[in-house]
Design a protein around this ligand. Structure first.
Ligand SMILES: *[C@@H]1O[C@H](CO)[C@@H](O)[C@H](O)[C@H]1NC(C)=O
Ligand SMILES: *[C@@H]1O[C@H](CO)[C@@H](O)[C@H](O)[C@H]1NC(C)=O
Ligand SMILES: *[C@@H]1O[C@H](CO)[C@@H](O)[C@H](O)[C@H]1NC(C)=O
Length: 478
């Protein structure tokens, strides 16, 4: 309870305590402000706002904000930072005074952002392991468990997602041969091993759980419609993915695991593929939602899928900038427009970027993206925060796990908005000004207004406790 913040109800009129003022965090494209607290704002009565917030009209709930805890990120955190630097970084990423991130996606095999190729049941050439007797959680994972536990201790409200890039090589067909990088490159899941693979995934979930790392969700396959030629990957047609969803769904039930199954985990422009998966009604029973990446198409595809399957949830799971594209200002604006405001206004429950950390050359990697930029860059024993860090922080600081996205005017001049109502009754609002001039904007909730001048090319996050029409909200006065 925020009992100290409760307004006083006196003869039907409301007196707002000073603490119901509005707090503001600001980032500008010129880097003059980087998640910088601004002077508190105050409410006044009025009905002529430019951005109207209506907390009675709710959409999806937010699950989390974060990025992928890749093998590369774990390696850099483990080997390239001192204990003190690592703790400082994890607090900057997951602490309340930092970005306040509360979600991570763990690649369940090697990806491109890895220090080697691996799964948790790699077998010698020509051998298979139908009973999974050789299953052993990869050393790449066990080495990173202490960091995951430290993240959990900093951020108890952590949602964890797992995603395989490839099944063990012996379960695949059409790959580039076992002798070539453990069989993890290219190819697809051999039909004869589908049920064994489903069991393998439950074993991974149980192995992480034995260290206190509970996977809340898994996507069945990273980018199933893409065949990478120089890092772990595995293509799956929509029919194959539906089939796998049924097997994994049953295997999870057999083990009494409530890990949610997400499908697609691929680009907006092939959203029709996700609909193909969900068209299998048996598979759909086991599927909680559809996950999207940014590397093709447009974020409105998320709403297309939500309209076709309103009972399925929409997750946004991956996007990465590259070291050579854009600059801080343009990357900031693109990310906030598409992955924050666009994504959340198109049903996204999560805002997740690619690797939490990489070095200043986009290393280490075993192929794939050679110049990706991490949320932070770790080099020379230090870390620096990139535009991705500020984008994520602007959401995670004002939209907690379980927050509803609530209605707000989408656009006023060059300002776009998205608003939230958190479980603890804190209200959140993100504004973005994507123009080269300052804009004064007034925000209205009920019969109350506050005004703010958004600098050119800026993001501001606002949060406050219930402020409007309090005399009618007697549930607040208890
Ligand atoms: C702004 O408001 C918050 C809580 O309402 C308070 O903790 C903080 O001290 C205020 N900041 C300033 C600068 O007054
Ligand atoms: C998927 O893998 C199979 C087996 O290797 C292959 O025949 C097929 O061409 C691949 N599909 C794509 C789109 O790469
Ligand atoms: C769903 O997929 C399963 C497994 O591939 C298949 O047996 C079943 O016929 C499919 N059902 C529908 C309605 O397409």
């Amino acid at each position: 309870m925020h009992n100290l913040l409760l307004p006083l109800l006196i003869l039907g009129h409301v007196i707002y305590p000073a603490s119901s003022s509005i707090q503001v965090l600001l980032t500008t494209g010129d880097k003059q402000h980087l998640l910088s607290p601004q002077p508190n704002l105050t409410w006044s009565t009025g009905q002529s706002g430019n951005i109207l917030i209506d907390t009675t009209k709710t959409y999806q709930t937010i699950e989390g904000v974060g990025a992928s805890f890749t093998d590369s990120a774990a390696y850099l955190m483990n080997k390239k930072l001192s204990t003190a630097q690592r703790t400082a970084l994890l607090n900057d990423l997951f602490g309340k005074e930092g970005a306040n991130l509360n979600m991570i996606r763990i690649p369940l095999s090697s990806s491109d952002m890895a220090t080697a190729d691996f799964t948790s049941d790699d077998m010698p050439q020509g051998k298979s392991d139908p009973l999974l007797e050789k299953f052993k959680l990869s050393k790449h994972h066990t080495d990173s468990i202490p960091i995951l536990q430290q993240i959990k201790s900093i951020q108890p409200e952590l949602s964890i997602m797992g995603t395989p890039w490839s099944a063990p090589g012996w379960m695949k067909t059409g790959n580039r041969g076992w002798w070539f990088r453990k069989g993890l490159i290219a190819g697809t899941l051999n039909d004869i091993w589908v049920e064994v693979y489903a069991k393998y995934l439950t074993k991974i979930i149980e192995a992480f759980a034995s260290y206190g790392i509970v996977l809340d969700s898994i996507t069945l396959q990273n980018e199933p419609a893409f065949t990478p030629w120089d890092y772990a990957g595995m293509n799956l047609t929509a029919v194959q993915e539906a089939n796998l969803a049924i097997s994994v769904g049953k295997a999870l039930q057999d083990r009494s695991l409530d890990t949610k199954i997400l499908v697609h985990d691929h680009n907006w422009d092939i959203a029709y593929r996700a609909i193909r998966v969900l068209e299998n009604a048996t598979a759909a029973q086991y599927i909680h939602g559809v996950a999207f990446h940014c590397y093709g198409g447009d974020v409105t595809a998320q709403s297309t899928v939500k309209s076709a399957y309103p009972d399925k949830e929409i997750y946004f799971t991956e996007c990465s900038g590259t070291l050579s594209s854009g600059n801080f200002l343009s990357n900031l604006m693109w990310n906030v427009n598409n992955l924050v405001i666009g994504n959340i206004r198109n049903w996204g429950k999560t805002v997740m970027l690619w690797s939490l950390a990489l070095d200043k050359k986009g290393n280490p990697n075993v192929g794939g993206c050679k110049n990706c930029r991490g949320v932070v860059t770790i080099s020379n024993g230090k870390y620096t925060k990139n535009e991705e860090y500020y984008v994520l922080a602007h959401v995670a600081r004002v939209a907690r796990m379980g927050a509803y996205r609530v209605d707000s005017t989408e656009k006023y001049q060059s300002i776009r908005s998205v608003a939230f109502l958190n479980p603890d009754n804190q209200h959140g609002l993100i504004l973005c000004n994507d123009a080269n001039s300052a804009v004064q904007v007034s925000i209205q909730e009920g019969n109350m207004i506050f005004t703010y001048t958004m600098p050119s090319f800026s993001i501001a996050s606002f949060y406050w406790t219930q402020a409007s029409q309090l005399s009618e909200n007697s549930h607040l006065i208890q």
